[in-house]
Design a protein around this ligand. Structure first.
Ligand code: GLA
Length: 401
């Protein structure tokens, strides 16, 4: 029997028309004027972890959890922003951008305004109200959704437009330079280019992408461990540095190597002795993960969820043992999922050190999967995991009624 998914399976974070109206009213109260409303999605990555900054391949999906931005132009060249999440106001003069935003929530909005100007987009002043409904610290890319929603709103308010790929690059630059995180391009690209019902196979070197339809009879399900470890950002940057070390050493042996994307497993083995042991293992993850993404694409295209699931399991092991970015909670969620009949595969997703797992589950057992994971995880940790059935959604756009 196929269990029918009900409205309660849709994450409640979706903004219903009533809530859109509440956002408009709050904007009216704050700024005394009408607003247009924009939204950008969070994301979950199906496979291809820590490959984006190695110019490799990733396969994210935009989720139906959004950051909403209400916006109206201002006469002066200032950006004012109020965040519903932190109940705080911040502002910036576009002609004299305050670039010391690092560590502050407003970096994700004002940094984008500064980055837009640096890219040559002559945006004007704007009033903004931000309501983030992508869970923070869950590895579902709340920050990129804020950046992209704000960037799009600022462009639209000024009567300007940029291609989705350009906007993604502008937002990534804001995160790298103003928010201080050395993230790759995956999260901003999917928030800009996502499409309902499709996953995105993205080549992070060329930024070319292909939309892939999802499995008709299996669902991707996200389980949030509800834990985020503090050292995540530092460890992320350390992994990037290891990859840069590997590239530097291997490029001396192999002309034409610009990134780990260019190295085969055979070449890695050939020059393994030149690399520190940890750097070798980090490289093995990246190189094997890139191959897994391409195999996963083939599995998706031929409608083979079993093979896709096998690749997910291998990806998790590699992230756990070679890249060392998993956590006890993520391993536990993957282990619980692995013991449930009808689960093709499961892995941690996102940067790691907490956050979420993603599992590929036969459609008719999704209900049982939810209760078994919730029960097992709560029994072992005392925490109730949030569980979302992934509905692949569209990238950034204006929310029209
Ligand atoms: C974070 C970063 C992405 C990517 C993933 C790991 O989400 O923002 O750019 O590197 O981690 O795949």
């Amino acid at each position: 029997m196929t269990e029918k998914l009900t409205a309660s399976d849709v994450p409640s974070a979706n903004l219903a028309p009533r809530e859109a109206q509440a956002l408009r009213e709050q904007f009216q109260k704050l700024y005394g004027e009408e607003a247009r409303i924009f939204r950008a999605p969070g994301r979950v990555n199906l496979i291809g972890e820590h490959t984006d900054y190695n110019e490799g391949f990733v396969m994210p999906v935009a989720m139906d959890l959004y950051t909403w931005v209400a916006a109206a132009p201002r006469q002066d060249p200032r950006v004012h922003v109020y965040s519903q999440n932190v109940s705080e106001h911040a502002e910036m003069d576009l002609q004299n951008p305050n670039l010391r935003l690092q560590g502050h929530w407003s970096a994700y909005v004002l940094g984008v305004a500064a980055s837009l100007r640096m890219s040559g987009a002559e945006i004007g002043g704007a009033n903004l109200l931000v309501a983030g409904k992508v869970p923070m610290g869950a590895g579902l890319s709340s920050s990129a959704s804020v950046e992209v929603a704000a960037g799009y709103a600022l462009l639209e308010s000024s009567g300007l437009s940029r291609s989705p790929v350009e906007l993604a690059k502008i937002c990534q630059r804001a995160e790298n330079e103003f928010a201080g995180a050395r993230c790759g391009i995956m999260d901003q690209m999917i928030a800009c280019c996502g499409r309902a019902n499709y996953a995105l196979l993205l080549d992070c070197r060329t930024l070319g992408f292909r939309l892939l339809p999802l499995f008709p009879d299996a669902q991707f399900v996200v389980c949030n461990s509800m834990v985020k470890h503090d050292h995540a950002a530092g460890e992320y940057n350390a992994r990037r540095a290891d990859c840069e070390t590997a590239t530097r050493i291997l490029a001396q042996q192999l002309p034409g190597v610009r990134a780990l994307r260019d190295v085969s497993l055979a070449d890695l083995e050939r020059f393994a002795k030149l690399l520190p042991a940890v750097v070798y293992r980090r490289s093995r993850h990246v190189i094997s993960e890139n191959a897994r993404v391409l195999d996963a694409r083939a599995a998706l295209e031929r409608g083979d969820p079993e093979s896709f699931g096998r690749l997910m399991r291998a990806s998790h092991r590699s992230l756990q043992e070679d890249y060392e970015v998993s956590s006890a909670e993520l391993d536990l969620l993957v282990e619980i999922a692995g013991g449930i009949a009808g689960v093709h595969g499961s892995r941690m997703t996102g940067g790691g050190f907490g956050g979420c797992t993603i599992s590929l589950v036969r459609s008719e057992v999704v209900g049982e999967f939810r209760s078994a994971v919730a029960r097992g995880y709560e029994r072992a940790t005392g925490r109730q995991p949030d569980i979302y059935i992934v509905r692949a959604s569209d990238g950034v756009r204006e929310a029209l009624e």
